[in-house]
Design a protein around this ligand. Structure first.
Ligand SMILES: [Zn+2]
Length: 127
């Protein structure tokens, strides 16, 4: 895969993750690219009144395989988005039947959301 295609695919993947973290879809990926030693994804979130934008960058190792990269990015985005002023710590994505959020991990070569209590696999991170 070429570099341009890889970054485009990472942007698409990050947007899919953001839409799972916030079903109201207030977050969007604005850019992705290489940093000094790390990859970088820039995101913006829009406040409900449309006025204030939250902005952040998340970083990830460039040398990891794709599934580990997706799980890492999901974890970074989850940490940021859940703690942001837009979500006020609400668990996202919700773990069915529990109050905690699902965790992104790699199981058998696929990035998946799991229940942190039972370790049950809920669904793939990417459709
Ligand atoms: Zn659970």
């Amino acid at each position: 895969m070429g570099e341009e295609a890889r970054w485009a695919e990472l942007e698409t993947a990050a947007q899919q993750i953001l839409d799972q973290l916030d079903p109201r879809r207030r977050w969007r990926v604005v850019d992705a690219g290489p940093g000094d030693d790390l990859g970088r994804i820039d995101i913006q979130g829009r406040a409900p009144d449309g006025g204030r934008w939250e902005q952040a960058s998340v970083h990830f190792p460039l040398s990891d395989p794709w599934p580990e990269t997706i799980a890492w990015i999901a974890s970074e985005l989850q940490d940021y988005v859940v703690e942001s002023g837009l979500q006020w710590g609400a668990a996202a994505p919700k773990c069915p039947g529990h109050r905690h959020p699902a965790d992104p991990v790699t199981v058998e070569g696929t990035a998946v959301w799991v229940c942190p209590a039972t370790h049950a696999v809920l669904r793939p991170v990417l459709a």
